[in-house]
Unconditional design. Structure first.
Length: 157
């Protein structure tokens, strides 16, 4: 049986492997990309209505400000887990407001939906921050069911 000798060179190699693995894990957490959907739509929750803004300016992290009108939706692509959302709007008496909210996203969340009127009104985070699932394609009927395109003649697929 051959004896294994631990040398200084082997120690440096193990340290180098450990550093590379540590950097890989760190890059996974820091480099994870998320999409934040910014939604300026009227929202009703438990009998309370959060009215959409006529004009609102939203900024995600230190990105470009996005201007949204009523029923508008835009997105901000971000990397990492911790983000800052800044909302600027003017009320009917021309007084300007700025609201800054910090959010932390899970690794599994690829897209989240942020309702701007509910965030500005100070609603609970579970109301204005929702996970968003991309809609899936329609399921086609099985081969047993014909697709009726005309009242006169069904077409088989």
């Amino acid at each position: 049986m051959k004896k294994i000798h631990f040398t200084r060179r082997n120690g440096y190699q193990l340290i180098a492997i450990g550093v590379v693995l540590l950097i890989g894990v760190l890059m996974f957490f820091v480099g994870k990309q998320h999409v934040i959907l910014l939604d300026n739509k009227t929202l009703e929750d438990n009998g309370k209505t959060y009215q959409a803004f006529s004009i609102v300016e939203v900024q995600v992290n230190k990105g470009e400000p996005i201007e949204l009108g009523p029923r508008d939706r835009d997105k901000g692509e971000v990397m990492g887990q911790k983000h800052t959302i800044t909302v600027r709007y003017t009320d009917r008496s021309f007084q300007e407001y700025e609201i800054v909210e910090k959010i932390t996203l899970n690794l599994q969340q690829q897209m989240v939906l942020v309702n701007i009127p509910a965030l500005a009104a100070g609603a609970d985070k579970s109301v204005w921050l929702q996970p968003y699932e991309v809609p899936t394609l329609l399921t086609l009927p099985s081969n047993d069911e014909p697709i009726i395109t005309d009242e006169i003649m069904p077409i088989d697929i």
